[in-house]
Every structure is written in C-alpha cells, then in structure tokens.
Design a protein around this ligand. Structure first.
Ligand code: CA
Length: 425
C-alpha cells in the first residue's frame, strides 16, 4: 500500500465528517487570497495547506522541491519537474507533515498558522495551463444511447467503437475552472423543417458528466507509450463538465465531427486528485468483446469506483439531482485511452488533458447528459421547484460532484459548479 493511503492516518487539521479532503486525499490546486498571490496549495478538510509558505519555511527543500515550483499560478512546472515519483514523494511528505503522529509542523504554532488558509477565504484558479485537450467517447451506454437517438438501436455503436477508444481533439483555451459562469453560445443551426440555416443563441444547451485527467511530460515525438507504461504518465483526475450545444452539433458535425458545439467552454473542478490517492477504488472493467488488439491490452484493474452526481440549481435556488452515475461505467480505461492516443507517435506534454467522454450508467437515472436524461427533449425532467427541464436554461447552475469511499475513507473531488448566463448580444 502507498503509505499516504493508510486508512488509519489522522491529521491534526480538523477534517469534518463527509469532507472530500481527508489526509488520505491531498489533492493539488492553485489558490490566492486577498493578501496572497496565486500559489500551489493542497486541500485538507476545510483548509488549504499553502505549499509556497511551507517551502518558504524550509519544510520542502530537503525533499528536493525548491520554492519556485510552488510560487506559481499553475501546476505545470511542478508536475513537469517532479514526474510520477516526485509527486508521489511530495504527497508522502505532505502526509507526514499533516499526520497527527508527527511533530515537525504540528509543534510549530506560528508555521501552522502561516501555512493553513481557510478554503472560504481563498479563490481557486484553473490549476493547470492546459496544453492540448482530447475528449473521448468511452462509455458504452452513452455511445449506445446517442446511437439509438441519431441512428437506430441495431446500429447504435459504429463498427470501430469496440476496437478503439474513439476521440477527437478539443479546444484547450476555453477550459475554465469551477465558478466561472458560462454564456450561452451562439451558432449556426438548421431546423428539421427548413432547408436554410440560421444564426443565433443555442437552444439545446447541455452538460456532459465526465472525468478528465492531466498528464506528465511524455516521450519524444514519434515514440509510443505502452499500456504497461501509461499510468506513469497520469498525474491525477478532476471532474469535467464538457458543455455541448446539441442543436449546433447536429448541423455542423458532418463529416469531421465536433467543432463549435463543443469548443465554447468546458468546466473543471479545481483540485487534482492524484491517481495514487485513488488506488483503493480500483475495480475490474467490463469484459471487452471482441478482444482488443495487443497494443490495447492491459493488466490489472484499471477502472475506478467513483460515484458521480449532477445537480441543477434553478434561478430560484432549488437544487435537483438529475443524475447519479459512476466512473466505473467505462468501457475503455484511461490506460487504454492514453495508450491509443500515443499509438501513432503523437507526443503528450505536462499539462495536457484527456477526458473520459460522457459517463452514463445502464439505469436511466445514471445518464450523464440532458440529451439522454430527457431523451432528446421528449421526456422532461422534473425540478424540485415545480418547473421542468429538457435542456439547460439561462440562470441554471450545473453542479457536478464525485467521491469514492472505502474503509471509512472518503476521497472526493469537491465540485464543479457553473452558472449559465444569457448569450452575449
Ligand atoms: Ca464530451
């Protein structure tokens, strides 16, 4: 077992019950306050451990982590320099410092006060400068549902779907952090009963419940990452709301796939949960039939039992949970996605993002988009305030949450929360 995952560990920092951030988690992010410039921090309970302040006081230098890696407004320099083993060592070091059995930091009253910041006083920033962003389509139920709606149940999955993790290159510049509002996009659409397109605000705005992962620096261009190596290039995971404009998508996507219906925004949760912290939640995936080609075959359990939910808070302030899904409902693993991504020699860099694709379970309540939940708008979803939704309306706030729980230890992601504003004139 990775020592920092030990369920018996307790921190001297108070961790409220039900918190996503016990000492066994220690996710990384970027925060600032009124008085502190943006810097690297780690969530613990309702607090943030200020890594710049820790490094400034000499707690991290001996572990090989200089101050300049923490006094920055993005995690890219840290993950690029540290690599997989470095990030593992850093998490172990922080775990030791926060451990109730430790004395090094616990006994230093002034340092403790200087290094712990209440989360409610902090602004959380986009944790990484996203280099390239790739979106997959790796949940079988989601691909089946979409195939049923746009083709027919007998041909729901395209012939390639069970042979490779289908994906496309997305847009990195419009990835924003939780809390940043989203303007309804405008675009070109064509009504079913018309042969002329029009331009205007999207009418079928949707979320997509996904989990994304960020990568370490990869290999040189032309070299491949094998499935046995893939995990060494995965830093950690976050919640990912891949906003979608269904009406724009329907008209524009032929024949080259998603374009402006996807590129206007994607929202991510602010904390990157290291893959190491998710070890306890590994589960076996589905039996892949037909058998995949040798380069996509993988060893071990590479899927994760992480419960996910989507809530819609209407303008009145009432929240309705509209979906409960799970990251284990994937057909292709992150290992296979990254292996396939690299199989043509395309390089990855520190800070690239690969996202899962919409995560839908078999149960109708586990569908990961309004497109599926309302079945293309034919089945309205009831809200607790008495209204109903087929797609997302202006003034709605979409909230995604996720956590796993084993042996009384809850490892969570916090949330990604985004309000939808009217289209800009
Ligand atoms: Ca997507």
């Amino acid at each position: 077992m990775i020592p920092a995952n030990n369920p018996a560990l307790v921190s001297w920092v108070d961790v409220p019950s039900g918190s996503d951030f016990p000492i066994q988690n220690l996710p990384f992010g970027i925060f600032s306050t009124e008085n502190l410039s943006p810097r690297v921090g780690v969530a613990i309970g309702d607090m943030i451990l200020d890594c710049e302040a820790l490094a400034d006081r000499g707690y991290l230098q001996d572990a090989g982590f200089p101050l300049e890696l923490f006094a920055v407004d993005q995690l890219n320099p840290l993950i690029k320099q540290a690599g997989k083993l470095g990030m593992r060592l850093l998490r172990e070091r922080l775990s030791d410092l926060l451990n109730d059995d430790g004395v090094e930091l616990k006994s230093q009253e002034a340092d403790r006060a200087a290094c712990l910041i209440p989360q409610k006083e902090a602004t959380l920033h986009l944790p990484i400068e996203v280099g390239d962003y790739t979106d997959f389509y790796s949940s079988e139920q989601h691909a089946y549902n979409v195939g049923c709606m746009f083709r027919d149940p007998d041909n729901a999955l395209m012939p390639n779907w069970k042979h490779l993790p289908v994906g496309y290159h997305g847009r990195a510049s419009s990835i924003v952090v939780s809390g940043v509002p989203i303007h309804r996009p405008c675009g070109q659409t064509r009504a079913d009963d018309s042969d002329q397109p029009t331009y205007g605000p999207c009418r079928l705005l949707d979320f997509e419940l996904e989990i994304g992962f960020v990568t370490f620096e990869g290999k040189a261009l032309g070299q491949r990452i094998s499935s046995a190596e893939a995990e060494d290039y995965i830093v950690g995971l976050f919640l990912f709301n891949d906003w979608s404009a269904r009406d724009i998508q329907k008209w524009e996507y032929v024949p080259l796939g998603p374009f402006l219906a996807k590129s206007f925004a994607s929202s991510i949760s602010p904390w990157i949960v290291l893959l190491d912290a998710l070890e306890p939640f590994r589960v076996a995936g589905p039996v892949q039939d037909p058998e995949v080609l040798p380069y996509l075959q993988q060893d071990g359990e590479n899927f994760y039992d992480i419960g996910l939910s989507v809530g819609i808070e209407t303008g009145q302030g009432d929240e309705t949970i509209v979906s409960r899904s799970n990251f284990k409902h994937m057909y292709w693993s992150m290992v296979q996605q990254l292996t396939h991504h690299s199989s043509n020699g395309c390089n990855i860099r520190a800070g690239d993002v690969l996202a899962s694709g919409t995560i839908s379970g078999q149960d109708e309540s586990a569908y990961g988009s309004m497109l599926e939940l309302s079945w293309r708008g034919s089945k309205p979803v009831a809200m607790t305030d008495g209204t109903e939704r087929r797609f997302i309306q202006d003034g709605d706030t979409v909230i995604m949450r996720g956590h796993g729980e084993r042996q009384g230890v809850r490892i969570g992601f916090g949330e990604v929360r985004s309000k939808v504003l009217p289209a800009i004139d």
